[in-house]
Design a protein around this ligand. Structure first.
Ligand SMILES: Cc1cc2nc3c(=O)[nH]c(=O)nc-3n(C[C@H](O)[C@H](O)[C@H](O)COP(=O)(O)OP(=O)(O)OC[C@H]3O[C@@H](n4cnc5c(N)ncnc54)[C@H](O)[C@@H]3O)c2cc1C
Length: 662
């Protein structure tokens, strides 16, 4: 049972009081945020978030950090005087934490970023009891919108009210882009299917649009997975429908040159084949992919204007939506669509599967694949009850499909005894950063369709297909809290006050260099990944281009997501050179520049043989017969484009192979 000591609590309280704008009441006699009660509740919320962190490793590290900040000797060494952080005056606390943020010691920078993220998410992403928040009001942010009149019901699921052993033709672990498609296809083909999903089964009434609550309910490990170095939050969905419920509906097919590259890399003749092309086409039809509902939001209009002014190409983004309202409410779609307009796997393939007799079990975490005589015969897991208790579940099946996403799939394979050395290798995260910009006009970056325009001018910087694509994304409070750099509480307060005027260019990096995932000693993923020098050089070029885009769109001020952020007014001759020289001085590598991963890929790659990948061209494991992988793990290399459609096409292909094999 996790808890903090009184001393650690006092330190945490002081940290919150330093990192959040309330501290600036001294500098702000008007009490701009007037947050006393809210800040007072924030440390307790951070403690609750710490207690709920799925990974004991992260808990241990944060406790240690609080202990270091409590240590007089450690604080003396960083110029804070011989006393606990809790006993310092506000100015000294700010100096000590800023020292951590800029430190040459990676661990200090990582500790700072972890605390900053927790405190800011705890503070900005939950309202007060009356549903309001002074920072939201200061920003002109409307917060959660009224519930629509018509409820979109949850999926029909199998209730598990005792320990159970079930049988099926196929058991599927994970129900996102990959698992959902396999469930739909195999049920349609007449197979008896069971889907086990760790996350819940929300109805539209459960989608409160309170960011903190929705991170808890809809995101993998409550949105708190970080790379091992602490440099990158790794975001993924976790509920029936997985990432397709919370994603931004951008629906690109794998580009032709990448299909050829994947065949070369994997040694397979698959991705360029007509059959794979048919899988890509089939999933796009089922998802209703098109550009009919791609009306640009305020931020996309500015982005498009900037790109056009530079004479670079800008195109509409195809989306998997039907009758999308495209107005204010749409911008909240990261927390699920309450109108049923988003064609997630929950509202398409899984709904079809449930209607066709598939049994869906939410709140069910699988911890072992059962293997007998070199063949997968089922899985074992635990179903969480609403009262916190659990039931054991075993499913015996003729085929087992693992579709837990590229972070958990390799961990489950390893914990189940698979030994292929490629499992967990080849982790690609598509690191995302951004160029922020403030405009004179209101942009309301939280509203409008999720993503409707992209620019691929810099998608191939090295002649090998590696580089960056530009898109924008909806901006509420959670993303700034997670990814913006740090200068001071005063700067934070000022930026929050201007949030409604913020636009940006989102930079999606196709990462050439890979990391890996291994289970830690608690059986949780350890995500070993840092942006390489090679990829960081691409990020630098992309940032420069993004600064030009935002300046051409009429931005009054630009800022990077570095710590400290590089800022400038794009005016006068030589502004770009000066801006980039300053950004170069801070750098683009880990914990100097903020990155977030929305796309995880490659950790159980498809290949022609076990030396090159973990599964064959039909998704079947090289180690264990009858065991298939059908999710983003199967990618031989990063897709470069947003991966959902490609994952679904791989899953469609794997489902066909399973049906033939059974
Ligand atoms: C905020 C956000 C926006 C995005 N926007 C886009 C976009 O616009 N377009 C796009 O193409 N992509 C987008 N993506 C990425 C896309 O959603 C994912 O790449 C895709 O969903 C991954 O599919 P998957 O099948 O590999 O895994 P997931 O969809 O993540 O599904 C895996 C499922 O397995 C479950 N699971 C894990 N472990 C276990 C276990 N042990 N037992 C049982 N269940 C388990 C998880 O809870 C999860 O539901 C976005 C992602 C995020 C986070």
């Amino acid at each position: 049972m996790f808890s903090l000591s009184e001393r650690q609590r006092a330190v945490l309280h002081a940290v919150c009081d330093t990192l959040l704008p309330s501290i600036t009441r001294d500098h702000d006699p008007a009490g701009y945020f007037a947050t006393g009660a809210l800040v007072a509740r924030t440390p307790a919320r951070v403690e609750q978030m710490l207690a709920r962190l799925a990974n004991p490793h992260d808990q241990a590290r944060l406790k240690l950090l609080l202990a270091v900040l409590d240590s007089s000797a450690a604080n003396f060494a960083v110029g804070g005087g011989f006393r606990s952080f809790a006993d310092m005056d506000p100015a000294t606390r700010e100096r000590v934490l800023t020292g951590f943020a800029h430190s040459s010691v990676t661990l200090r920078r990582a500790g700072f970023q972890a605390l900053k993220r927790l405190c800011q998410v705890a503070y900005f992403c939950f309202p007060t009891a009356d549903g309001r928040h002074p920072a939201w009001e200061a920003a002109g942010y409307p917060g959660p919108l009224p519930q629509p009149k018509v409820e979109v019901p949850p999926l029909a699921v199998l209730a598990v009210d005792a320990d159970r052993t079930l049988e099926a033709d196929v058991v599927i672990v994970g129900s996102g882009a990959g698992g959902g498609v396999v469930a739909g296809d195999l049920t349609a083909a007449g197979r008896d299917v069971i889907v086990l999903e760790k996350g819940g089964n929300p109805s539209s009434r459960d989608l409160t649009q309170v960011e903190g609550e929705m991170f808890n309910e809809l995101f993998l490990d409550r949105g708190m997975i970080m790379t091992d170095s602490g440099s990158m939050p790794v975001l993924a969905g976790s509920c029936l429908g997985g990432g397709t419920v919370i994603n931004w509906t951008t629906s690109f097919a794998l580009p032709e040159p990448t299909r050829a590259e994947w065949d070369r890399r994997s040694g397979l003749a698959l991705f360029e084949s007509p059959a794979f092309g048919e899988s890509l086409a089939r999933v796009q039809v089922r998802l209703g992919v098109g550009t009919r509902w791609s009306t640009p939001s305020g931020r996309d209009r500015l982005f498009e204007a900037g790109v056009r002014a530079l004479n670079w190409p800008v195109e509409p983004i195809p989306r998997n939506v039907t009758d999308c309202l495209e107005g204010l409410e749409c911008g909240y779609c990261t927390y699920g669509c309450r109108h049923g307009a988003k064609n997630s796997t929950a509202s398409t393939y899984l709904r079809d599967a449930a209607a066709g007799g598939a049994r869906l079990v939410p709140h069910c975490t699988v911890d072992r694949i059962l293997v007998e005589g070199g063949r997968a015969v089922g899985v074992r897991g635990t179903v969480r009850r609403p009262d916190g208790g659990t039931h054991a579940i075993t499913v015996r099946a003729r085929a087992v499909v693992v579709a837990c996403g590229a972070i958990w799939t390799p961990v489950l394979l390893r914990l189940s005894g698979l030994t292929n050395e490629r499992i967990g290798q080849n982790l690609h995260l598509h690191p995302v950063s951004a160029m922020g910009a403030f405009f004179g006009e209101r942009v309301e970056p939280w509203g409008g369709a999720m993503q409707t325009r992209y620019c691929a001018q810099f998608a191939d910087m090295d002649g090998q297909g590696y580089g960056a694509r530009f898109e924008t994304g909806p901006m509420h409070f959670a993303l700034p809290a997670s990814a913006f750099g740090w200068a001071s509480p005063r700067q934070l307060r000022e930026d929050v006050g201007r949030l409604a005027h913020m636009g940006h260019v989102g930079i999606l990096l196709r990462d050439r260099d890979a990391g890996r995932v291994v289970p830690n000693r608690w059986g949780h993923p350890r995500v070993l990944y840092d942006v390489s020098q090679y990829d960081a050089a691409h990020m630098r070029r992309a940032l420069e281009a993004s600064a030009r885009i935002m300046a051409a769109a009429g931005a009054e001020e630009l800022f990077t997501l570095q710590t400290p952020p590089t800022r400038c007014r794009p005016e006068g001759t030589g502004w770009l050179d000066r801006f980039m020289a300053q950004a170069d001085a801070t750098g683009y590598r880990r914990l100097r520049m903020s990155y977030v991963s929305f796309h995880q890929m490659g950790t159980a790659a498809m290949a022609a043989g076990p030396g090159r990948g973990a599964v064959d061209g039909e998704g079947q494991s090289f180690d264990v017969k009858g065991l298939y992988v059908a999710d983003g793990s199967t990618f031989p290399a990063p897709s470069g484009v947003n991966p959902m459609i490609t994952i679904m096409a791989v899953a469609d292909h794997v489902a066909g192979a399973i049906h033939t094999a059974l």
